[in-house]
Ligand binder design. Structure first.
Ligand SMILES: Nc1ncnc2c1ncn2[C@@H]1O[C@H](COP(=O)(O)OP(=O)(O)OP(=O)(O)O)[C@@H](O)[C@H]1O
Length: 248
């Protein structure tokens, strides 16, 4: 991103943002509610255009339907009455692409099988999605996003409403995929702590400003006090980072 700005009416979401992400990096996107984290992902997907500046994704301008990007949007738990089978939900990852419909069914089944296997979801492949737990559903959404073997994986709050053990499962899963496949990951989260073992750098967005760097570079009392325009204290304890005085 070079000098990228984005406003919705009078509201500035990003102002003169400048950042480069390398292939294979694991990036966590942090910031308060409404800061623009999901919007940043949508800009990379070509769903929202910058007001000014230049964005390049794998050497090209953002364009919708880019199968080099896998995307799992923010989701609330899928309804208890949803009778769709887990394997069918994952299969939607193929149907969103032009070549998906033309695949022979055996080839299609194999791709879906491999994706379910990669996220350790084979044992509930035929279960109705609505009856699965939040963590089980999240694995399916990640499998769906990985189906076209993308170079970039965009995950919008995949840890929301999961307990600590399930969060750790998803973090380990995504970290392994990132390393094994060399996939660049941008993962939106509200708590950095479960992600500290796997992340390379973070992007922090607040009040139209953005910072990129390692947690130690970005999450400092001085930086966050400046972003929030009010006193914020960053405390390190028990190998965790606590931000006091700001909603993250
Ligand atoms: N297409 C749009 N038109 C106008 N305003 C929009 C549009 N998309 C998002 N916004 C606004 O931009 C702001 C940023 O929204 P976004 O969803 O990116 O925030 P977020 O950081 O992901 O928040 P949360 O943590 O609550 O999910 C919000 O105030 C939202 O209402």
């Amino acid at each position: 991103m070079q000098h990228v700005s984005l406003s919705f009416g009078k509201r500035t979401i990003l102002q003169d943002a400048h950042m480069t992400i390398q292939q294979g990096e694991f990036i966590v996107v942090l910031g308060p509610n409404g800061a623009g984290k999901s919007t940043l992902l949508k800009m990379l997907l070509g769903l929202i255009n910058a007001t000014s500046g230049r964005i390049s994704v794998l050497g090209r301008s953002p364009r919708s339907g880019n199968k080099d990007i896998g995307y799992a949007p923010q989701h609330r738990t899928l309804g208890g009455d949803l009778m769709l089978r887990a394997r069918d939900l994952v299969g939607f990852g193929l149907d969103g692409n032009r070549w998906g419909f033309s695949l022979p069914s055996r080839k299609r089944d194999t791709i879906i099988y491999q994706a379910l296997e990669e996220v350790n979801a084979l044992h509930y492949a035929d279960a109705p999605v609505g009856q699965l737990s939040g963590g089980e559903q999240q694995r399916l959404l990640i499998a769906q996003a990985l189906l076209t073997h993308p170079h970039i994986l965009l995950l919008d709050e995949p840890l929301a409403s999961l307990d600590i053990a399930r969060q750790q499962d998803i973090v380990t899963l995504v970290g392994n995929v990132c390393r094994a496949r060399g996939v660049t990951v941008l993962l939106v989260a509200h708590d950095i702590n479960p992600l500290l073992p796997v992340l390379d750098r973070i992007i922090y967005i607040a009040n139209g400003q953005s910072l990129i760097g390692t947690p130690d570079e970005v999450i400092t009392s001085a930086n966050l006090s400046r972003l929030y325009n009010s006193p914020v204290e960053v405390v390190h304890a028990l190998d965790r980072i606590f931000v006091v005085g700001a909603e993250v």
